[in-house]
Design a protein around this ligand. Sequence first.
Ligand code: NDP
Length: 329
Amino acid sequence: MAYRPDPARYQAMPYQRCGRSGLKLPRIALGLWQNFGGSDLFENGRAMARRAFDLGITHFDLANNYGPPYGSAEETFGRILEKDLAPFRDELVISSKAGYDMWPGPYGDRGSRKYLVASLDQSLKRMGLGYVDIFYHHRPDPETPLEETMGALDFIVRSGRALYVGLSNYPPEATRAAAALLRDLGTPCLIHQPSYSLFNRWVEDGLLDTLDLEGIGCIVFSPLYQGLLTDKYLRGVPQDSRAGRNQGGTLKGKFSEAKVELARRLDVVARRRGQKLSQMALTWVLRQPAVTSALIGASRVSQIEDAVAALAAAPLTGEELAAIETILA
Ligand code: NDP
């Protein structure tokens, strides 16, 4: 039977203007980095995408090399579009990126015009799309002139391959320089995608102020620190978890007993407010006025439901924020 989205899907989700643009984004977005690859269960990914859309999540975040194998998350998303979401294309904001290792040889990595344009063409093909809504340069490339990379982003918009462009993992100084180039080219930078969570606060050291000044929106990735800021690891490492599966070694160097102990103490603060730790971690990143959206990952439908439910919570009080600071100090 054809998928029919929940008619109430726009009633509860708050949407926030992305920087000084006209585009509004849901406060929670869903990323397909993990659990949508070629070796993952298609029906689970499909169920998560459908539930997300039913809950008002209009924004789905991809990249050329999400999988594994590389490219397979975009293929999965293409199948989900074909089966369920394509009739709602104009209700969706779909993003992709290039900037990390994708194919062999000198043209499948970093920031050249050659790489970015070819990679986006491949992404569009895998997803069966005519354009993406947002295309990002995935990380700064010190070897390519910034003028070339930003020129490629401008070309990508002018050629109709993307509606907006963004930067990911750029530090404040490079962000300012890139934003100035893009502005001069007439393709303003819409959005920045940095990591940010209770365990990773680098954006507080200048980036958020820069984005606010430049009028650039901000979508923060790994707000749950890949699962460590949930109740998942408080009593050991379940086999059926990212750390238990050790997917692509992505948690290497991040997982430690000291972090789990901090999570246990943060969990007490969360439960005192009637939230799960994962939900308080989202309330906490979203408290920053410069943060447009929290970009979560999920391995099952219930995690998406938990995240969206966090949006109904009361803001953190001064006392709760102080308790959190004491734990993190
Ligand atoms: P999160 O920090 O949100 O971690 C998500 C993981 O946490 C889930 O897959 C799940 O892992 C666990 N989890 C989520 N909710 C719960 C819950 N309620 N209870 C218990 N466990 C939970 O984000 P990700 O690290 O997955 O990144 C999110 C997205 O950000 C990516 O998909 C991608 O789009 C983007 N990203 C961008 C990067 C960039 O360089 N621009 C880099 C990395 C990510 P489990 O499997 O253990 O259940």
